[in-house]
Ligand binder design. Structure first.
Ligand SMILES: NC(=O)c1ccc[n+]([C@@H]2O[C@H](COP(=O)([O-])OP(=O)(O)OC[C@H]3O[C@@H](n4cnc5c(N)ncnc54)[C@H](OP(=O)(O)O)[C@@H]3O)[C@@H](O)[C@H]2O)c1
Length: 284
């Protein structure tokens, strides 16, 4: 059996991994929430790894409150940078492979074409900067890493844009959604499958990979499709980032080029509308 530790196991992606774990019979999973293992505490991480051996650690733990991070820099750093570094050092010492999740927010959003793994990072928010610094901490401490950057995660678990839109549609007759940020949504269960396929493949082609569903849309387009597929009748309006102000600045364009991971695992691309349909069925 291949032993797999999941940190941040109670978050959105952690729960998606848990929900498909039975389909991967050769993997033996341990899911830990933040109260079981705080990745920002070096001694706690060292201790845990010295008592338990894992072939892989999937790090789903992160400080993910993008706007709040602008006011909580130290806390975001503690989890996203120190936490990632602690795991990398512990994995190195215990000969484990680290699969770490990162984000499209490491880019500044000025590109016109989908970002490749080789493109220069230039985060424009505290969250994005801490996630980029977390990547760098892993790269400099542990060669045996897969860093997977993903974008616009949603699922039936936790809180996310899809669930927020459905909730707001029950409370309001009209909604305005930004139409000047372009990206690609990703069903977190599709990402969870890809992560477990990396383990099953036993690939040693370590490095950075991009994964998202396929397509290029704005948040407005996503909201429109959520309501269409859910038969929700609501007046939906376009707005822009200048009108809908948030504490953190978000990239205007953050579509990821995913061809590297598609060729590594011989994956079939999944169109974003298809995955949304799967998720909405689960939510119902
Ligand atoms: N959500 C998105 O749209 C998105 C987009 C791109 C990339 N990502 C990346 O994808 C990954 C998974 O995101 P997600 O949506 O699953 O996030 P999430 O639902 O917010 O889950 C993050 C988990 O990390 C845990 N955590 C926080 N601090 C911790 C600590 N010090 N030690 C251990 N666990 C800790 C949290 O536990 P508590 O709740 O107990 O604090 C929570 O369960 C993250 O790396 C995120 O940066 C997310």
């Amino acid at each position: 059996m291949i032993r797999v530790l999941i940190t941040g196991g109670k978050g959105q992606l952690g729960q998606c991994l848990q929900s498909i774990s039975n389909d991967f019979k050769t993997l033996d999973f341990v899911f830990l929430g933040s109260s079981d293992l705080d990745i920002s505490k070096k001694k706690e991480v060292e201790n845990y790894f010295s008592k338990n051996h894992f072939d892989y650690c999937i790090n789903c733990a992160a400080y993910t409150a993008v706007d709040k991070a602008e006011e909580e820099l130290e806390l975001a750093k503690k989890v996203n940078v120190t936490g990632a570094k602690n795991l990398a050092i512990a994995c190195k010492k215990n000969n484990s492979i680290l699969i770490h999740i990162s984000t499209d927010f490491v880019f500044d959003g000025t590109a016109k074409l989908p970002y490749t793994e080789e493109d220069t990072t230039n985060p424009i928010s505290v969250y994005g900067k801490t996630k980029r610094d977390g990547e760098l901490a892993i790269i400099s401490n542990l060669p045996q890493h897969f860093i997977i950057r993903t974008s616009w995660l949603y699922s039936e678990f936790g809180s996310n844009f899809v669930k927020t839109m459905l909730r707001l549609s029950e409370e309001k007759k009209e909604l305005s959604v930004v139409d000047d940020q372009t990206g690609c949504p990703t069903y977190a269960k599709d990402l969870a499958e890809v992560i477990l396929k990396i383990i099953n493949s036993q690939s040693k082609k370590f490095g950075i990979y991009h994964y998202s569903n396929q397509g290029e849309i704005t948040w407005y387009d996503l909201a429109k499709e959520i309501f269409k597929q859910s038969n929700v009748d609501i007046n939906l309006y376009k707005t822009d980032s200048n009108t809908f102000k948030t504490l953190a600045t978000r990239p205007k364009y953050s579509v990821l080029n995913t061809s590297k991971i598609h060729s590594l695992l011989k994956l079939e691309p999944i169109q974003w509308k298809k995955s949304l349909e799967k998720c909405l069925k689960e939510i119902k």
